[in-house]
Design a protein around this ligand. Structure first.
Ligand code: M6R
Length: 614
């Protein structure tokens, strides 16, 4: 949510900031702004709307400077307007700040500052923080470290979350940055230093990075940086190398990141599995779980927590782990788990799934589980993300950067990892060697089956064009394809703004059937052989109420063509992996419907890629 970029070095800051903001735009796109600082003072430009609006003005004004900060905003406090865009400036013009997160106690701080003569021109909590920094700066006695100390002292009084970067008029070759529950990393270049909320903004300049931890404040100049805690301890910085390539963050020949990422799924799945099968190929293995087989055998319940599509991936994990490992699983929305105080037995293992590893609700659920003393593991895509670092162990998806706001390749990779976990847990319990071998063989054939399904994209595009003007749609599936019905509905509503719902196919007649008419197409996910007849009965029920029907079936069931309006035939795979195959048609359908409707597919309205506010 919101994106931050900062630069201090010898090059002109403006183009670096604009380029970074363009790459960060998927984080938030209500408004954008940059500020640079020179000996002559600040230059600040803010604009409502996209980064391209901002770039237009910035280029016309020929902004200069070698030190600067930039921001793309997803509004939390205050309407979407220029005055609420970042950077926010302090009353006496000494500071400019960009900030992700929420300052919860901004109201009492604002009253305090008003009494001390500070003025406010926006509705943001960020401006309050900026003025608090100025207040402490004016009182700071340590002249040498005045800038960093004033930020540190201001943050000491703040309750809430922040990833922030600050410029000071009196220190034009310095930047101060800090984080608490909102990601921030420092990129180390040659005589230049970058800061960003997301590696995609700086990977074209450097791959050498330091992730800031919660409660740390860093002081940056072009050739050096130091980190202290809010409690004033020095921090030994650990530098790591990003495993991303610059090309990973480009669209390549695709019109949208979402389409590129849909087509990357065969490779993403291969990457999720690479090096993770045992030498005799009868089970999976994971380097990062940090729990022995003996400890894992003591686990008698698994609780999975996540948000959005990752929560739907948890539902798939529930089917997989219960069926193949016979361990009871429960799935919770992270935001519900955190405040529900659910009773958990001591042998419960808490698993968080999060593509970004930064979703605040999931991070908070993880912290709550840890606080209560549970073992915690996580499946994440972003190496070094907060959830990856705070969980006791975990599994990286290795899907590569996902830029499209709608999650696609990360969703199928999460299910693939869940299938491997089910196999691993199953093999340390009751799954036979033969069944393990069959499971592994099926997993190894999965990327090819996904490729075959993707080869139907032209057919799915034609189908999508027929349904683009409807206003409602139902997605129906049974058993492990029920979560994919939910995912289909989420994808469609998210990027095309068509009202859609996912339901268990049999449950449809207990309520949603009231919606069925010729105006409400139904997409059936019906690739399971053993319940095909049951799905056919449900198809008849909606057809007799005149609903247009699209069905996804497995190879060998082409005869269903006579029974439905549109048929998509996909490869027949191991039952555990059918959900992954069935996901491809729902992704493509949503994509092509949104495209037909002229929607902004990679940046759907009101959404942001990673939700770092509660
Ligand atoms: O980064 P996370 O996996 O924690 O994100 C969770 C959700 O915000 C995310 O899956 C969201 O629902 C997507 N936009 C769905 O396409």
């Amino acid at each position: 949510m919101c994106g931050i970029i900062g630069y201090v070095g010898d090059r002109g800051a403006v183009q670096i900031l604009l380029e970074g903001l363009t790459r960060l735009e998927y984080r938030g796109y209500d408004s954008a702004g940059i500020a640079t600082v020179m000996n002559t003072g600040f230059q600040v430009v803010r604009r409502v709307g996209r980064v391209s609006n901002l770039a237009h003005t910035v280029n016309e004004l020929h902004l200069g400077g070698h030190t600067g900060i930039g921001h793309t905003r997803w509004a939390t406090h205050g309407a979407v307007s220029e005055k609420n865009a970042h950077p926010q400036q302090s009353t006496h013009g000494l500071f400019n700040i960009v900030h992700n997160g929420v300052i919860e106690n901004y109201i009492p701080i604002k009253s305090f500052l008003l009494k001390h003569g500070f003025k406010f021109s926006s509705d943001t909590d960020t401006e309050v923080l900026c003025n608090l920094i100025e207040y402490h700066y004016n009182k700071e006695k340590d002249r040498e470290n005045r800038f960093v100390k004033s930020v540190q002292k201001a943050l000491f009084h703040v309750r809430g979350t922040y990833g922030l970067a600050v410029l000071c008029k009196e220190c034009p070759e310095e930047l101060v940055v800090a984080r608490k529950s909102s990601p921030l990393l420092i990129g180390i270049g040659d005589n230049e230093i970058f800061v960003a909320s997301d590696a995609s903004a700086i990977v074209q300049h450097t791959r050498s990075v330091v992730y800031l931890n919660d409660g740390e404040v860093a002081h940056l100049t072009k050739d050096d940086f130091s980190i202290i805690t809010l409690g004033n301890d020095n921090v030994h910085a650990v530098t790591c190398e990003l495993d991303w390539q610059v090309e990973d963050t480009d669209k390549g020949p695709y019109e949208h990141f979402m389409l590129k990422e849909i087509f990357e799924q065969p490779v993403a799945l291969e990457n999720a599995m690479r090096g993770r099968f045992s030498d005799d190929y009868s089970t999976a293995r994971f380097g990062g779980l940090r729990m022995s087989a003996h400890e894992l055998r003591q686990v008698d319940r698994i609780l999975l927590c996540a948000c959005g599509s990752a929560w739907i991936a948890c539902l798939e994990a529930e089917y997989l782990i219960e069926r193949y490992a016979r361990i009871p699983v429960e799935v919770e929305y992270s935001s519900e788990f955190r405040y529900r105080n659910a009773p958990l037995d001591k042998n419960t293992l808490v698993f968080i799934i999060s593509q970004s590893g930064e979703t605040i609700d999931s991070l908070a659920a993880l912290q709550e589980a840890k606080r209560k003393g549970f073992r915690t593991l996580a499946i994440t895509n972003v190496i070094g993300s907060s959830i990856a670092r705070e969980s006791e162990g975990g599994i990286y998806q290795h899907s590569g950067p996902e830029i499209g706001v709608a999650s696609t390749k990360s969703f199928t990779a999460q299910i693939c990892v869940a299938a491997m976990l089910a196999l691993y847990f199953g093999r340390i319990r009751d799954m036979s060697f033969d069944d393990g071998i069959r499971f592994v063989e099926a997993l190894r054939m999965l990327p090819d089956a996904v490729k075959k399904t993707l080869s139907q994209s032209d057919n799915i595009k034609k189908i999508a064009e027929k349904y683009a003007e409807y206003t409602d749609m139902l997605f129906l599936g049974r058993q492990s394809l029920f979560p994919i019905a939910l995912e289909g509905a989420l994808k469609l509503k998210e990027i095309s703004y068509i009202h859609s719902e996912g339901y268990p196919a049999a449950e449809m007649k207990h309520g949603p059937i009231a919606l069925i008419s010729e105006k409400c197409p139904c997409m059936f996910l019906a690739t399971q052989e053993h319940i095909l007849q049951k799905n056919i009965s449900n198809i008849q029920e909606v057809r007799s109420r005149h609903a247009p029907v699209i069905a996804v079936v497995a190879d060998g069931h082409e005869s269903m063509r006579d029974m439905v309006d549109d048929l998509i035939v996909v490869p027949d795979v191991h039952p555990a992996l059918q959900p992954i195959i069935a996901t491809i048609p729902v992704q493509l359908l949503a994509y092509y419907i949104a495209k037909s409707r002229g929607c902004d597919i990679d940046k759907p309205r009101n959404l942001a890629k990673s939700v770092t506010v509660e």
